[in-house]
Design a binder for this molecule. Structure first.
Ligand code: ZN
Length: 441
């Protein structure tokens, strides 16, 4: 522990070098650098670019994250990897009826090496990533310093490098917006120095996985409401009263696993809880119910024909009334009130919940152990680890269907990217490089 504190203090005092140590131009082999920044919202990167920063890049495009707008599912989708066990590293294992994942499975069952992580050459180790959420700016600078040294030593060996920075997400959760901006400008300075060292024909692809509401949040009282109604939120589902609830981080969504037949009753309790925007569950094989405080709407999915229908029954929880009106007036709704997937995408770009129908549909089957109910929270609320909730303040979070949580960015140096991009389209456009082995920096 003493060694750790010493390292932290040293990192806190370290100056961040902007220049890379000199490398003879003839020795540089690096041609392509892919850098993933966890949790940087599109709006923030867009404002920095408009102010004249990140000028090595073409303007950022909107990258529409998954629902839930969480790193595990979002980066999996961006890299088009096979589905992960759960929405995040702590999940409910339906077959074994237990909560799984987390630190133990990371270390002993190799889960850390699954999914998109295996494509990354350089990233912080698990301990540094965890500390970033306690002292974000200190660990951010430490992480950036390590990345700079890694790139400096590998740019003479490798033609392509893929790196990942987690501290940007930690800053968005735990520090003010200004601090995240300051850190992003330090990343910009590093990238400019890298281009200087490697030559201007170095292609850099820069993107994030999800956004952040960037408003302070507090815990939503799901457990209290479930208990008051006679349910027992916990780690198993062994009877009708049990609801398994995996907890990780302090995020804008929650995942509930219920006893067969109990899903609608549990959903009806949770939709009324303060801070809940809506709950979504499979009401029938091709139909999803979406319920908010005011009532319920249905999404009918015709996956084969790539069409969706939204039917507000007793309420309009996704706030799509203006969109439905526009579609109706412009003749874009079919006789059965459905519309093409591409139409829903285009017409919901500026709505409070961007691209909602497809994202909710995919969210309910995004992982190997999908939740019976996904809860999407309003800005200002979080759910997750109650011990963490007592220990730390939260300046912003993500995870919900809200556009602020869902809009990430993507940009590159040599040409502009299409705008908007769904997360699973980025790879098609830029051709993300695959790595067989993984190293930590
Ligand atoms: Zn996060």
């Amino acid at each position: 522990m003493a060694a750790l504190l010493t390292a932290l203090l040293a990192a806190a005092c370290a100056r961040v070098p902007v220049r890379l140590d000199p490398v003879p131009a003839s020795e540089v082999r690096l041609k392509r650098f892919v850098l993933m920044l966890d949790g940087v919202p599109f709006a923030l990167m867009d404002s920095l670019w408009r102010e004249g920063h990140f000028r090595a890049f073409r303007p950022p495009s909107r990258l529409i994250s998954t629902f839930p707008s969480l790193t595990g599912v979002a980066f999996r989708d961006i890299w088009r990897e096979t589905p992960t066990n759960g929405y995040e590293d702590r999940y409910y294992d339906r077959q074994r009826d237990r909560l799984a994942g987390g630190l133990i499975d990371h270390v002993f069952n190799g889960e850390e090496h699954a999914g998109f992580h295996r494509n990354i050459d350089a990233r912080a180790n698990g301990l540094s990533a965890g500390l970033a959420y306690i002292v974000p700016m200190t660990m951010g600078r430490e992480e950036l310093g390590q990345l700079r040294r890694y790139v400096r030593s590998h740019m003479v060996e490798d033609t392509t490098l893929v790196a990942y920075i987690v501290s940007t997400d930690a800053l968005a959760h735990r520090a003010e917006r200004d601090q995240l901006c300051t850190f992003l400008l330090e990343i910009d300075a590093f990238l400019n120095a890298l281009r200087e060292a490697a030559g201007n024909d170095l292609e850099i692809v820069l993107f994030s996985d999800h956004g952040n509401d960037l408003v302070p949040t507090r815990l939503v009282r799901l457990d209290d409401s479930l208990r008051a109604a006679g349910y027992e939120p916990g780690t198993h589902v062994r009877g009708p009263a049990d609801v398994a609830v995996p907890r990780f981080g302090l995020v804008g969504s929650a995942f509930l696993y219920t006893w067969p037949g109990q899903t609608p009753a549990v959903a009806d309790i949770v939709r009324r809880v303060e801070g809940v925007d809506f709950v979504a569950w499979h009401d029938a094989p091709d139909r999803i119910a979406v319920a908010g405080k005011g009532g319920t709407a249905f999404i009918d999915v015709d996956a084969a024909a790539d069409r969706y229908r939204y039917r507000p029954v007793s309420s309009d929880p996704l706030e799509l009334a203006p969109v439905l009106d526009r579609l109706h007036r412009s003749g874009q709704l079919a006789a059965d009130s459905s519309a093409a997937d591409s139409v829903w995408l285009r017409e919901t770009l500026d709505s409070p919940f961007i691209d909602p129908l497809r994202r909710i549909t995919l969210g309910l089957r995004a992982v190997r152990n999908p939740a019976d109910i996904i809860v999407s929270l309003a800005p200002g609320y979080h759910f997750g680890d109650e011990r963490a909730d007592l220990l730390v303040g939260v300046t912003g979070t993500h995870g919900s269907l809200r556009s602020t949580s869902s809009l990430a960015f993507a940009m590159r140096t040599d040409s502009a990217l299409p705008d908007p991009l769904r997360s699973d389209q980025l790879d098609h456009v830029v051709g993300l490089p695959r790595r067989a082995a993984e190293r930590t920096h």
